[in-house]
Design a protein around this ligand. Structure first.
Ligand code: AMO
Length: 440
């Protein structure tokens, strides 16, 4: 049994990123986990990995204190260590400098071998990797993905804040379905039935009465019955809502938001992008716009038989995505295919002011102009087989004057699939939830 040390009063002074030849001679304290130990004659090279990268600790027999020489014999990979020492510049070390240790603390050891090597070789399927996700996240590829996710989410907030949208948080335990009853998760709320929010739809619409331009980045829940590469039961949704605009205006906001995010990732994530071996393509604005009817015409020419009014199936969209692989909007959907809160066109009520934003065959966002008349909203609820009584808390706000408004919901996880060119949504989500997975 390895005797462990306490962290005590030691604190990290540098991460691997801070280390460089210009600090030659400086005292440093570094901490991390051992990713490799190489013994070469009287010299041991210990590679220490931290959140930013790797640092090399070089232990020379005869020069290093006896205590260190004893302790490094007990080291295995994944051991958590703290090293105090002096930096020495050398071209041979990863950062152009190595650490010559003066003291070392073993803070914890791994008591078992991971079921697969995180250093390379053949990887097991994603389910096996997800079982020990946080360890798996020590691999360079997922680290790069989540670095990009961090930068993308920050870019979204930056863009919306800079354009006058107020960030809000709305309840996640709610009283009624907004996106169809089939994908609702019921929860016991004291002695009542409630549901996990499928979207912040009604709250974001109401908030246009007071704040006019708002956004939320938060979890939404969908009890998706099937297990696919693009559906999860819990996702992060970027929701935007704005007063005094129509769907045409928010489509323009959305495409600029997508553009800004991609540009920011390309500018700020060069290492992570390189690690993934991808290229972040910055799309040209404006994105192409096709009406639903135009999509059907193009699909019919390609041999697809979807009739007007039917939903565009995955197979049909795969076909369309092969023809148009980039970003594009599909607008003017049949009113009957869209939720009750989407506004039908005044002169052609069978068509709605709704859009989806696609990336090839993947839908990443949908939105539209909303119904702002209480009378029409009540009618639309009834048409969709919903009981206006269940939405009374929402409808009564309309008595006080609701401004015309429009908005969209953009799935961050799906957007990340597009940015990182991953086919499985689970690769870009830390702890994915689906019908068969509730842990870790
Ligand atoms: P919608 O239901 O189309 O619209 O959802 C918006 C976006 O959220 C993402 N998304 C999902 N991603 C992964 N797994 C799922 N199960 C899943 N469900 C949805 C998609 C989708 O485009 N309230 C409206 C938006 C609005 O009109 O403002 C809504 O929720 O990227």
């Amino acid at each position: 049994m390895v005797k462990l040390d306490e962290l005590g009063d030691w604190r990290r002074t540098h991460t691997s990123l801070d280390i460089g030849p210009e600090l030659d001679g400086q005292e440093v304290t570094v901490m991390g986990w051992v990713s490799s130990i190489r013994r070469q004659g009287g010299i041991t090279f210990l590679i220490l990995q931290d959140k930013d990268g790797v640092a090399q600790v070089t232990i020379i027999k005869g020069k290093a204190p006896e205590k260190i020489l004893k302790r490094i014999d007990e080291l295995t990979t994944h051991t958590i260590v703290a090293v105090k020492g002096k930096l020495k510049s050398t071209e041979k070390a990863p950062q152009g400098a190595e650490i010559i240790p003066e003291d070392i603390r073993l803070l914890n050891t791994a008591t078992r071998n991971p079921p697969f090597s995180i250093f390379g070789g053949k990887l097991p399927n994603i389910d096996k990797r997800l079982d020990i996700r946080s360890l798996e996240l020590r691999r360079p590829k997922p680290r790069a993905i989540f670095k990009i996710r961090h930068v993308a989410a920050a870019a979204v907030r930056e863009f919306l804040s800079n354009n006058g949208y107020l960030e809000v948080q709305t309840p996640k335990i709610i009283a009624s379905a907004t996106e169809g009853g089939a994908s609702l998760f019921p929860v016991l709320y004291y002695d009542k039935e409630a549901f996990l929010a499928q979207s912040p739809q009604l709250y974001k619409e109401q908030l246009t009465m007071c704040f006019e331009k708002i956004f939320e980045v938060g979890p939404v829940f969908r009890a998706e019955p099937s297990r696919t590469l693009r559906h999860l039961a819990e996702i992060i949704s970027i929701d935007v809502e704005e007063a005094y605009v129509s769907y045409l205006d928010v489509m323009s906001t959305l495409e600029q938001l997508v553009h800004h995010t991609l540009k920011t990732v390309a500018d700020r994530c060069t290492d992570a992008v390189k690690e993934l071996g991808i290229e972040v393509k910055i799309p040209r604005l404006p994105f192409k716009r096709y009406t639903y009817s135009e999509v059907l015409d193009i699909l019919h020419d390609a041999g697809d038989k979807t009739a007007w009014g039917e939903d565009l199936s995955t197979a049909a969209m795969k076909k369309f995505g092969d023809i148009y692989p980039g970003f594009y909007f599909i607008t003017d959907w049949p009113t009957a295919s869209k939720p009750f809160y989407i506004k039908p066109k005044t002169d052609k009520p069978e068509i709605s002011e709704a859009f989806d934003l696609m990336a090839g065959s993947l839908e990443i966002s949908s939105g539209g102009t909303r119904v702002s008349s209480k009378r029409l909203l009540t009618k639309r609820l009834k048409e969709q087989g919903l009981k206006p009584r269940m939405f009374e808390y929402h409808l009564k706000l309309f008595d006080y004057g609701m401004p015309p408004h429009a908005g969209f919901g953009l799935g961050l996880d799906r957007f990340m699939m597009v940015i990182t060119q991953e086919e499985n949504i689970r690769e870009v989500t830390l702890f994915p939830r689906d019908r068969l997975r509730l842990t870790p």
